[in-house]
Design a protein around this ligand. Structure first.
Ligand SMILES: Cc1ncc(C[n+]2csc(CCOP(=O)(O)OP(=O)(O)O)c2C)c(N)n1
Ligand SMILES: [Mg+2]
Length: 771
């Protein structure tokens, strides 16, 4: 890590002022100056920005090294853009188009903003936690020889105090402690206000304890230098201020000097006399606002003193809306200054009318060289970096042989084969699972490739010669990162590992496994990973009521619908081993392709008879979302359309009904998600003059225009019922709509209408209702 150069505090303070002005002005411009043709409120958070400008000036213009990465509190996004505007890496056009179409985004976005954004933020709490997982991935890459010591950095999260209420932060804290993470700074903008109200006083001391017990150093930056010196001379005042409740503090900061005076007189009597005599109201207000998070000396000193790799929580006391007319007001979260207030702020900051966008407006000639030098020195490290793609050769993935196979078992076999065969892909795979490594069939892979731990850890059971199929010795060469049962952490880990190519220039192939129903437990984190275009393979197994005796709490119903609505994540649901091998190859390819995405494989523990293949023609169609497993006759009146583990029922029904229904086809769906996307894309393309039909249209066009479809899946029937809308064919949808329960397959498939009888009845239904 770079040793910080001795800073020019005066210049840093001027930069702080510029950031406060530019962020406020950018928001003001979007709301009050830019033309609006729809009358919608544009919005923005001037108070939340003003709270952090000093902290961010101290970081970006002093403390950050070139390899450090930052997750910025979402509603301080305009400050980050103002920083890049000063550094010359953000354009005036983008600032003017804040919250406009194609303009700088409301909250920092890796994929949409033009400035380098290290981590997207928006859903509070997630940007905080990903920094801990990114630091773990950094350790992983260094240990595996993919990242030089000299290229390592620190991961910084800038956090709102109310953000600390998000539970995912504590799940992450526990996991981070287990993995002994380092090189993390979490900096709390402790302005004692949330969106709705002032923050609860009682929690404050607890945060300290929670973090310390998880191995963090905690540093409180409560008062600035001036106020601290005053308090040192006046212990009664210090005790009083320390004990002042959050709501009172905020209210006084809003009311200003006269209110402080009256309250101090009332509470401290004579003990306040000296202070009150020495300060007029304005001076008193300024003194009482001198909190640690706004005092450049305090910030710089604190950052300089924390140069080791210990994870550190800084709690920087601040004023929400510092320096703005609504400073401290409990309702200021989305507050916007009116034009008169803005003009007053402009004058007070020495900015000329018409010169509002001047990057260094209001800075006098004498101060200019110092500020110029500061900016010059800070510029290079923050350039946008190219993403690492296309560097790894993906070898062919043969399907394991066997007459009867379950997709979950096949997944384990394929990984085992890859582990044994070796090669670059295998070496770059990193697996992770929230305490379901064994039950999702990753065990054999872990036996081969080992657990990752920074420090060696022997397998106590193996050493004691206790028989076990799992040999879990841990070292820094291991390739499996075991997590506790917290699915949100799984997705944040996949997000961090899936961004390794972007953050560190080294592609990893992260594979995460969990039970399909528990995807819902980490859904926002999964969405967060996809939103940032992190690349990974998610393997969800077991799934559906096919899980049988495990019962309803473990039998998933709606994940295919979740996948259907989730951008950046491709759902594949194979029935057979050869389909799965093909899809895993595709998933790896997509991870390393700039135009790729992440993949979700929904797998089953049900062993089913494999089908013979006469050629490979099915493969391209299977990758595109579906293929005719039993070809329909020309203009066939009906087809069975089935997905995944219930394929044996579909095949049996097809064999039985074909004699009575000539030309009956069996369409194997491998990805409703891809078929749906293709369908809507083809419709959009038609309006742009391109007439290519989509894959699903081609598949269904093999049937009569009024053919009947029986759709069948071990999931919500809506996953496939929409297929009737493609060409207007009739549909009888079979699937699971009630919570599952314990039972064997015959019981369950009978009760939930996934068996041969249900298919026969459904076929009769669609044929009888034919016009
Ligand atoms: C998961 C989630 N829930 C709710 C919100 C809406 N929201 C945005 S900011 C905020 C309060 C933030 O308060 P704090 O973290 O203290 O930040 P400040 O603006 O005070 O700096 C809320 C509730 C959100 N962005 N994400
Ligand atoms: Mg706050």
């Amino acid at each position: 890590m770079l040793k910080p150069a001795s800073p020019d505090i005066g210049a840093l303070k001027l930069v702080d002022d510029r950031l406060r002005w530019l962020s406020a002005w950018t928001i003001h411009h979007a709301n009050h100056i830019r033309e609006s043709d729809d009358g919608l409120k544009v919005g923005g958070h001037q108070a939340s920005c003003a709270s952090m400008t000093a902290i961010m000036a101290a970081l970006y213009f002093h403390a950050l090294g070139p390899n450090d990465r930052v997750a910025v509190k979402p509603h301080a996004g305009p400050v980050l853009h103002a920083i890049h505007y000063l550094l010359g890496t953000q354009s005036l056009d983008q600032l003017k188009n804040f919250r406009g179409f194609g303009g700088m985004q409301s909250y920092p976005s890796r994929t949409k903003d033009r400035i380098p954004v290290d981590f997207s933020t928006g859903s509070v709490g997630l940007g905080v936690a990903i920094t801990a997982f990114a630091s773990l991935i950094q350790d992983y890459l260094t240990a595996h020889g993919m990242l030089d010591e000299a290229e390592r950095g620190r991961f910084v999260a800038l956090i709102g105090d109310a953000e600390l209420d998000e539970g995912n932060i504590y799940e992450c804290l526990i996991e981070a402690y287990k993995h002994d993470i380092r090189n993390c700074w979490w900096i709390v903008d402790y302005n004692r206000q949330s969106l709705d109200a002032t923050s609860a006083d009682r929690m404050f001391e607890r945060f300290d304890e929670i973090f310390r017990s998880c191995g963090w150093r905690t540093i409180e930056l409560r008062y600035g230098k001036k106020l601290a010196a005053t308090l040192k001379d006046n212990p009664a005042l210090a005790d009083w201020l320390d004990a002042l409740p959050n709501a009172d503090h905020s209210a006084l900061l809003y009311q200003g000097g006269a209110a402080w005076r009256a309250r101090l007189q009332e509470d401290l009597g004579k003990k306040a006399d000296k202070l009150l005599k020495a300060h007029d109201d304005d001076q008193l207000a300024a003194l009482m606002s001198d909190l640690g998070g706004h005092c450049m000396e305090t910030l710089v000193e604190a950052f300089d003193a924390a140069q080791d790799d210990l994870p550190t929580l800084f709690v920087a006391w601040t004023v929400k809306g510092f320096g703005l007319p609504f400073a401290g007001h409990k309702d200021n979260h989305a507050g916007l200054m009116n034009p008169t207030q803005m003009a007053a702020l402009r004058t007070s900051m020495g900015v000329e009318e018409g010169g509002e966008w001047e990057p260094l407006g209001g800075i006098g000639a004498n101060a200019r060289p110092g500020v110029d030098e500061l900016i010059e020195r800070s510029a290079t490290p923050r350039d946008k970096r190219p993403r690492a793609f296309g560097s790894v050769e993906i070898p062919a993935i043969p399907a394991p042989s066997g007459d009867e196979q379950a997709t979950q078992a096949v997944f384990g076999r394929i990984l085992l084969d890859l582990a044994k065969a070796g090669g670059e892909l295998a070496d770059r795979i990193v697996t992770t699972s929230p305490d379901v490594t064994v039950s999702t069939n990753l065990g054999a892979w872990v036996n081969q490739r080992g657990l990752f731990k920074r420090r060696e850890a022997a397998d106590v059971f193996a050493r004691a010669k206790i028989a076990s199929a799992q040999k879990w010795s841990a070292s820094n060469q291991g390739q499996h990162i075991e997590l506790g049962i917290a699915e949100s952490n799984l997705f944040l880990m996949l997000a961090a590992a899936g961004l390794a190519g972007d953050l560190f220039g080294e592609r990893l192939f992260p594979i995460g496994t969990l039970y399909d129903p528990f995807i819902a437990r980490g859904l926002d984190s999964l969405n967060y990973a996809c939103y940032q275009d992190a690349r990974f393979l998610l393997v969800a197994t077991p799934s559906g009521i096919t899980l049988g005796p495990e019962g309803g709490a473990h039998q998933s119903i709606n994940p295919p619908l979740i996948a259907l609505g989730q951008p950046g994540l491709r759902h594949y649901e194979p029935a057979f081993a050869d389909e799965l091998a093909l899809m895993m190859h595709e998933a790896f390819r997509l991870i390393d392709d700039p135009a790729g995405e992440s993949t979700y494989l929904r797998l089953s523990t049900r062993s089913i008879a494999q089908v013979g293949r006469s050629d490979d023609a099915w493969q391209a169609d299977a990758l595109a979302g579906g293929y005719w497993l039993r070809e329909p006759g020309p203009g066939a009146e009906a087809a069975i359309v089935a997905m995944g583990a219930v394929m044996p029922e579909a095949l049996a029904a097809h064999a039985e009904l074909s004699a009575d229904i000539p030309g009956l086809g069996l369409l194997a769906i491998t990805s409703p998600d891809l078929l749906h996307r293709g369908w809507t894309a083809a419709q959009a393309a038609r309006w742009a003059g391109r007439r290519e039909p989509s894959h699903v249209e081609n598949l269904l066009a093999r049937l009569a225009p009024d053919a009947g479809l029986v759709t069948l899946c071990d999931a919500a029937p809506a996953s496939l019922s929409w297929l009737g809308g493609v060409l207007g064919q009739r549909v009888a949808p079979l699937g699971v709509e009630r919570f599952g329960q314990t039972g064997n397959l015959a019981d369950l498939y009978g009760a939930y209408r996934l068996d041969g009888t249900a298919i026969t009845e459904a076929i009769a239904e669609v044929l009888l209702t034919a016009s």
